[in-house]
Design a protein. Structure first.
Length: 252
């Protein structure tokens, strides 16, 4: 059964989507059958694979709200072995439309149950909030990967996120655990170094060894609709996400 990892942080711009897109690609490149679920109405993971958000016939919204099987929503990608469940701004409506629905936090979990056997890894990219969509991601997953930017306010909001994880574990999904904390956008400045030290001091072994550098290639690749290992395999960003994939695999 596929290992479901949700990538979450209620802050925006901390490298969630970049990590979802590129970690999924590296897993597929390592021969793992992988699914990437875009759970953000901004659809950045979707466009990151060169998919035209506006031309989508079916999206994750249809799976969550209209009970369309997730299999019918999934698209192939340029990576062999990687499929994408795309989203666009239609997904904003899901919360309101499901407001009176029973077990609304379990919608994604139930949808994934039907396809879980087809994949070894399933990654879920969350929007920058702790609302209904992220809650669905947390309830569906076995592990949470939290991205933190190597900047002064890195730890701000983290305790709220960790508290939410505990609440979800206690009430909705007993098997949820913190998969790991990933430091992103390391600028190799004294400040970055200090932040990395502080975060490792605070969270210890939960922090991935791999630190993602700030690397322009990672910012460019999405505009070509490619993960960074396709766009520029030799770049520092590509090498870092390959190392992260190895680390996630070895952590089991
Ligand atoms: P989030 O999904 O948490 O909002 P993104 O992954 O979209 O964050 O990243 C925010 C912006 O920073 C995007 O423009 C992205 O291309 C860029 N970015 C992310 N990680 C890196 C990195 N390691 N180096 C350079 N740019 C990055
Ligand atoms: Mg994002």
């Amino acid at each position: 059964m596929g290992r479901i990892i949700v990538i979450a942080n209620q802050k925006g711009g901390v490298g969630k989507t970049t990590t979802a897109v590129n970690l999924a690609a590296c897993m597929a490149a390592a021969g793992k059958r992988t699914l990437l679920v875009d759970l953000d109405p901004q659809g950045n993971a979707t466009s990151g694979y060169g998919v035209d958000k506006k031309a989508l016939e079916r999206t994750v919204y249809d799976a969550l709200v209209d009970d369309v099987p997730l299999r019918d929503v999934m698209l192939p990608t340029l990576m062999d072995g990687l499929r994408l469940a795309p989203s666009n701004k239609e997904l904003v409506g899901a919360e309101v439309e499901l407001v009176n629905a029973t077990e609304r936090e379990y919608r994604l979990r139930n949808k994934l149950a039907a396809v879980r056997d087809d994949f070894e890894y399933i990654f879920i990219d969350c929007p920058p909030s702790l609302g209904f969509l992220t809650l669905n991601g947390l309830v569906a997953a076995a592990g949470v990967l939290v991205t933190l930017q190597c900047e002064y306010y890195a730890l701000e909001g983290l305790s709220e996120l960790l508290q939410t994880i505990v609440l979800v574990r206690d009430n909705l999904n007993a098997s949820l655990r913190l998969e790991g904390v990933l430091l992103t956008m390391n600028q190799h400045t004294n400040l970055s170094k200090q932040v990395i030290e502080d975060v490792r001091g605070y969270l210890g072994a939960k922090v991935f060894e791999t630190v993602i550098p700030r690397n322009v290639t990672l910012g460019e690749a999405p505009s070509f609709g490619q993960p960074v290992i396709v766009y520029d395999l030799k770049s520092a960003g590509a090498q870092a996400y390959l190392a992260l994939a190895r680390e996630v695999i070895s952590r089991g």
